[in-house]
Write a protein that binds this ligand. Structure first.
Ligand SMILES: Cc1ncc(COP(=O)(O)O)c(C=O)c1O
Length: 375
């Protein structure tokens, strides 16, 4: 479900503007550029009042992380290490694995506690003076648990002040107030669609001094200061990371969505979501054949398995009742297979549009699925 302001902003771009940014002196081009750059400011404000210069637009969290990983290739060599956690989405796992393969750096894996939260003791054991970057999820996209990122980052920096920390905020931005001045990370990423925004737009925020150390990920138009046959001078950050024509309509849409968020009572939304997820957790916890993944304190998503029934079968029965849940590994295979010892789970993701009635219907349909498959 998407807010109407998003649809309207995208329509407005294609029907009333439709031209490129940073190129023309005519009024439409200036309008396209201004709204694109205004969105950069809105993102900076949304992230707690950081500098818009530190905000890079990408196609999503995946591209944001790849941009950093690719950009670090010349900064790493054998003898260096990278740390990821066992609860990562593949987007915050595979790029680091590839970077380690390419550079000879060692990839280390930080364990989780039984409740699904990061095991801080183990994480700190994995960080030493060779560690160049730690990649963390603020909220796990499977377990739903909210990691106490700010204090974890503080401890990492005490152990190695030079080590960068990248936080994947994809599952957090729609449910938690973000203040990057408080978090203390070096990079923060998310996808706009997780905020009820457009698909195909993402954000990479980085400390300016960290961004300036990265090699550019892509080269071409719009990212240069000067091009000569003898070589190219790149534009300053953030534009040097935005080669080619971007998703202008999407960025306009994200701007409209961020203005819409400012008008909402976010605390009230989160209180309501939290009540719903707690109720769902308690109901599922009371079902003998259901195993919940992760502890009780959580953001508004919840994954589980039903004894003796494949996750796809559960999801299929729910789909027949027009209830949309996901089934599978949710792009977190190491977590499923190597930590939880399962191939797949069912995941319910609640949003601000869900009601208590939705929960009742879900629970009824789940009972139905269990009866059907246990026969
Ligand atoms: C925690 C987390 N990180 C990263 C991603 C990747 O986002 P995208 O596919 O929009 O790049 C997702 C998507 O579901 C996610 O949940």
């Amino acid at each position: 479900m998407k807010p109407q302001v998003l649809v309207e902003a995208v329509r407005e771009y294609y029907e009333e503007c439709g031209v490129n940014i940073h190129r023309g002196l005519y009024e439409l081009s200036e309008q396209a550029t201004n709204r694109y750059e205004e969105t950069r400011g809105l993102v900076a404000e949304f992230l707690g009042g950081v500098s818009p210069t530190e905000v890079v637009f990408t196609s999503g969290a995946t591209e944001s992380i790849n941009l950093v990983a690719f950009g670090m290739r010349e900064l790493l060599s054998e003898g260096d290490s990278l740390v990821v956690t066992m609860s990562e989405h593949h987007a915050n796992f595979v790029p680091w694995q590839q970077l380690a393969n390419m550079t000879g750096a060692e990839l280390r894996f930080a364990d989780l506690n039984d409740d699904g939260l990061l095991n801080v003791k183990d994480l700190l054991l994995k960080v030493d003076e060779t560690t160049r970057l730690v990649a963390l999820p603020q909220v796990s996209n499977v377990l739903g648990v909210v990691n106490r990122i700010s204090s974890i980052i503080h401890l990492i920096k005490l152990k190695n002040p030079q080590c960068w920390v990248l936080v994947d905020g994809s599952q957090a931005v729609a449910h938690i107030e973000i203040d990057l001045n408080d978090l203390g990370c070096d990079f923060y990423v998310f996808s706009a669609h997780k905020l009820y925004g457009p698909t195909g737009v993402g954000v990479l925020w980085g400390k300016i001094e960290a961004l300036e150390m990265l090699d550019v990920y892509q080269t071409g138009g719009d990212m240069i200061e000067r091009v000569e046959t003898s070589g190219t001078e790149f534009a300053a950050v953030p534009h040097r990371f935005e080669a080619g024509t971007p998703n202008i309509a999407g960025v306009w849409g994200l701007g409209a969505v961020l203005k819409w968020w400012k008008e909402l009572d976010r605390d009230e939304i989160w209180r309501t979501e939290s009540k719903l997820v707690t109720r769902l957790y308690d109901e599922l916890d009371a079902m003998e054949s259901v195993r919940l993944l992760g502890g009780q304190e959580r953001s508004s998503l919840l994954a589980f398995v039903v004894d003796g029934v494949h996750a796809h079968d559960v999801a299929q029965v729910l789909a027949e009742q027009d209830i949309c849940v996901r089934a599978g590994h949710h792009c977190a295979m190491p977590l499923h297979r190597e930590v939880l010892g399962i191939a797949a789970s069912v995941r319910v993701s609640l949003g601000m549009y869900n009601t208590r009635d939705d929960l009742e219907r879900l629970l009824e349909s789940l009972q139905l699925a269990m009866q059907q498959f246990k026969k």
